[in-house]
Design a protein around this ligand. Sequence first.
Ligand code: UDP
Length: 551
Amino acid sequence: QSRELAQVHTDYHAALRALVEDGTRMVCTGRMHTDRICRFESLCYSTEAEEFIYFHSNSSVMLPNLGSRRFQPALLDLSAVEDHNTQYFNFVELPAAALKFMPKPVFVPDVALIINRFNPDNLMHVFHDDLLPIYYTMEQFSDLDVEARLFFMEGWSEGVHFDLYKLLSNKQPLLREQLKTLGRLLCFTKSYVGLSKITTWYQYGFVQPQGPKANILVSGNEIRQFTKSMMQKLNVSLEESSSEEYIVVFSRTINRLILNEAELILALAQEFQMKTITVSLEEHSFSDIVRLISNASMLVSMHGAQLVMSLFLPRGATVVELFPYAINPDHYTPYKTLATLPGMELQYIAWQNTDREDTVTYPDRPWDQGGIAHLDKAEQERIMKSTEVPRHLCCRNPEGGAPPPPPCRNPEWLFRAYQDTKVNIPSLIRVIRQTVKSKPRPKKQTWSGSLYPGKVRDAKCQAFVQGTSEAKLAVSWQIPWNLKYLKVREVTYEVWIQEQGENTYMPYILSHQNHTFSENIKPFTVYLVWIRCIFNKNLLGPFADVLLCST
Ligand code: UDP
């Protein structure tokens, strides 16, 4: 790689002259550091100082030009985890003339995407914080194509899932450590810095206890476009008519074990009359797991990062998440949120062990594997007695510095999260049966996106006054323009009639394109009439321009 990159730019002197004369040019999208992505020409990086450098010259551009607000707290987030103080990006500034006194720059010819991975050893983080955001950041900017190169600046080594990152472009991603081997001063000809957060659905609890993001902007469709592309690159084909239906138990082999896994598998096979197989990250290749999961009818697993693989389940499949004792399923919902994203079309079921007899705890393990022996006796006792881990934050590293890998540093949570569980089979089957009545099976691959109506058209009103106290308002309109191209099961219209100057209105749901209103209609009054179309009861269209009607 180093040879490939250090290879003299087709015209090194021209590139150097351009850098000295034009300096760095930056134009960003986004209004805040949390939603900003910047495109640079001639952004440089000193591998000795481990700092990015912006060179000022007569032609340099810096938009937004924030002044010192660039440090409050940062220009942008380098990872898809929002506003995490270990993930901030900034640069230092120099006049381009300083280049005379600096090491000879090495130019990076590839279009670069410069980012931080958040926690590359944890599969949930790999998909949610890195792979999906990288994929859709690349979709957003057309010069980030398959020939672009990823630069991971968080400082970690490759990690166990590096092969997945390699699928995103044809060029080998480079790590911060490797940049040193390329030169002392690197200059990226064209680069993008930062990641789109538009696909993320979960916040890990750094400022408030963990839970779904407040404003989720992704649907199952975009998730499935991503998984389709990953499967193509992994050479896993979607078997349209899979011959046999089966259940996958995704097991963990190091901790948070299912102690009676054999019994569980037999019980599932018997109850649902289906082949039941186990997979684990330790014993199967990633593509084998994807191949198996992408045709499964049901995925059963302990709570944990491996459950992010439900990304690959076919529509209509069921996800069963098992929670250890004292861990409230409602407080840890990354996989529930994923499975229930609109358009994901998965059934989600949570089961919790509520029987203390069925849990095996490890108080004497190291603290990061859930041990609590380092705590004082009273605290240990309180934790042992507690029947539910209280909601908690996922603490930041108090010293700052290197990114703290989750797991969250809460001893009670870790203690309970790393218990082993003997699954109470009848209780689990009962919970699954409440949702899965017949045989679970994946749905046929049909597009079932829901479409919204457009505005109703040509709305008109006509008033009829009868004497001094009675009046009627006849309102009519035309169907939304897109309706004539659609097959919609049920089309209704919602009409609001509001007396001018009043805060309240009368709502009506109507099935025809005209109606004469007489209730509460007064003569010599101005009414505002709002009309919108509704498909299938819940797909609400936009209101047409308000109609002014005088009686
Ligand atoms: N992991 C695994 N088997 C195990 C324990 C962990 O495959 O027995 C994987 C897990 O899926 C995740 C990573 O190792 O990708 C880190 O696991 P950890 O328990 O720290 O995180 P969690 O699963 O609770 O998010």
